[in-house]
Ligand binder design. Structure first.
Ligand SMILES: NC(=O)C1=CN([C@@H]2O[C@H](COP(=O)(O)OP(=O)(O)OC[C@H]3O[C@@H](n4cnc5c(N)ncnc54)[C@H](O)[C@@H]3O)[C@@H](O)[C@H]2O)C=CC1
Ligand SMILES: O=C(CO)COP(=O)(O)O
Length: 331
C-alpha cells in the first residue's frame, strides 16, 4: 500500500483516485472547493462530475494543498494543462515523491509538454516523473469498464512503480519510455477530436470521421518524429488508441465541443455553458506553434485553430481540408 495524493478533483482526478482506492492505496484527493471536499467526505459523492456514483469510503478529500500532500509517496497531478504552472508554483511536492502527470495539453506561450513544465517549476528530474495516458474516458473508468493505458517515463523503475500503483482488475497500464511521443499524442488527439466533432455536428458520417482520424494521425506522427518521438508510440494506446476513443465517443468533451461548433454555436457560447475543460481549444494553438517551429505541415490542426479563433466557419473547415493540393498518402 502506498500513500498517494491526487491534486485535482474533476472528472479525471476523481476517476483515478477511485481506481487507486480499488488497489487499497491510502488516497487523498485535493479539491479546491471546500463544499466538494465535504460532499466527498460525508456523502462519498462528487456530483458535479459523477452524478450519483458512490466513491470509496476510504477516499479522503482535503482542500489545503500542503495538508493533502503531507507524507505522499506519489503525487498525481490532475488539474488542467494551462493551470499546471500556476498551481505548481503554489505547491510544495514532498521530497522524494514520484510525480504522475495526467493532463493532456501543451502549455500556451512556452509550447512545453507537461513533464517539462513540472521539471521547470519544481526542479524535479525526469527520472521521478511519469505520464499516464491512453484511451481513458473518465466515466467508463469510474464504472470499472475494462481499459488499458500507458505509463511513460524516461526512467524504467519509475514507469514500473507507477504501472504497479495503478494496475487493477479493470485498468491495465503498459510501460513506455517515449515520454515525448506519449505526451504529444495525448495533447494532439484532442485537436483532432475537435475537428471530427465539427464534421459530426454538421451531419457528416463515419467516412468523414475516419478520414479525419487517419489524416490527423498522419500529422501527429509528422510532428512527433520531428520532435524526437518514437513513431511506434503513435500506433499504440497513447496514439491510435486514444485518438479513436476520443474522436468516436460522445463522452469526449473535445469531440462534443467540436460537435456544438458544427451545429452553429460559437466558441464563447460553448465555453460559457460548461465547467469542464476541453484541452484542445487551447492546445491547438501551442501545437500549431510547435508545427511552425519544427517546419511540419498540420492542416487539420491549423484549420481547428482558425475555427476556434472565428476566422473559419465549420463548412469552410471541411472545404479548406478537401481543397488542398492533391498529394500522395505517404507524404
Ligand atoms: N476526463 C477524462 O476523461 C480525462 C481527462 N484527462 C486530462 O486530465 C486533465 C484534467 O481533466 P478533467 O479532470 O477531465 O477536467 P475537469 O474539467 O473535469 O476537472 C478539472 C478540475 O481542475 C479544477 N481546476 C480548474 N481550473 C483550475 C485551476 N486554475 N487551478 C486548480 N484547479 C483547477 C476544477 O475545479 C476541476 O476539479 C486534462 O488535461 C484532461 O485532458 C486525461 C484522461 C481522461
Ligand atoms: O483524454 C480523454 C480520453 O482518453 C478524455 O477526452 P476529453 O477530454 O475529450 O473528454
Amino acid at each position: 500500500m502506498s500513500a498517494v495524493t491526487v491534486m485535482g478533483s474533476g472528472s479525471w482526478g476523481t476517476a483515478m483516485a477511485l481506481t487507486l482506492c480499488d488497489n487499497d492505496h491510502q488516497v487523498t484527493l485535493w479539491a479546491r472547493r471546500p463544499e466538494v471536499c465535504h460532499k466527498i467526505n460525508t456523502e462519498h459523492r462528487n456530483p458535479d462530475y459523477f452524478g450519483d456514483l458512490r466513491l470509496p469510503d476510504s477516499l479522503a478529500a482535503v482542500d489545503d494543498p500542503d495538508r493533502a500532500m503531507d507524507g505522499a509517496e506519489f503525487v498525481v497531478l490532475a488539474v488542467p494543462a494551462q493551470s499546471l504552472r500556476e498551481n505548481l508554483g503554489r505547491w510544495t511536492i514532498p521530497d522524494g515523491a514520484i510525480v504522475v502527470s495526467l493532463a493532456k495539453g501543451v502549455e500556451l506561450g512556452t509550447e512545453l509538454r507537461m513533464s517539462e513544465v513540472i521539471t521547470q517549476v519544481t526542479g524535479i528530474g525526469a527520472d521521478r516523473i511519469a505520464v499516464l495516458t491512453g484511451p481513458n474516458l473518465s466515466h467508463e473508468i469510474a464504472e470499472r469498464q475494462p481499459a488499458a493505458a500507458v505509463v511513460a517515463s524516461t526512467e524504467q523503475e519509475t514507469a514500473l512503480a507507477v504501472q504497479h500503483l495503478f494496475h487493477t482488475a479493470t485498468f491495465r497500464p503498459y510501460t513506455n519510455n517515449d515520454v515525448i511521443g506519449c505526451e504529444l499524442a495525448g495533447a494532439a488527439k484532442n485537436v483532432i477530436a475537435l475537428a471530427v466533432g465539427v464534421a459530426a455536428g454538421m451531419g457528416y458520417g463515419a467516412n468523414s470521421g475516419a478520414s479525419m482520424i487517419t489524416r490527423g494521425l498522419a500529422e501527429i506522427i509528422r510532428l512527433g518524429e520531428a520532435m524526437g518521438a518514437d513513431p511506434h508510440t503513435f500506433s499504440g494506446l497513447a496514439g491510435v488508441g486514444d485518438l479513436v476513443a476520443t474522436c468516436s465517443s460522445p463522452l469526449s468533451r473535445n469531440r462534443t465541443f467540436g460537435e456544438e461548433i458544427g451545429r452553429g454555436r460559437t466558441v464563447a457560447e460553448i465555453t460559457a455553458s460548461t465547467r469542464q475543460v476541453a484541452e484542445g481549444v487551447k492546445s491547438c494553438k501551442s501545437i500549431k506553434a510547435l508545427a511552425e517551429e519544427y517546419g511540419v505541415e498540420m492542416p487539420i490542426t491549423y484549420a481547428v485553430c482558425a475555427v476556434i479563433d472565428g476566422h473559419l466557419g465549420p463548412d469552410a473547415l471541411v472545404r479548406a481540408l478537401l481543397s488542398r493540393a492533391p498529394k500522395a498518402e505517404r507524404t
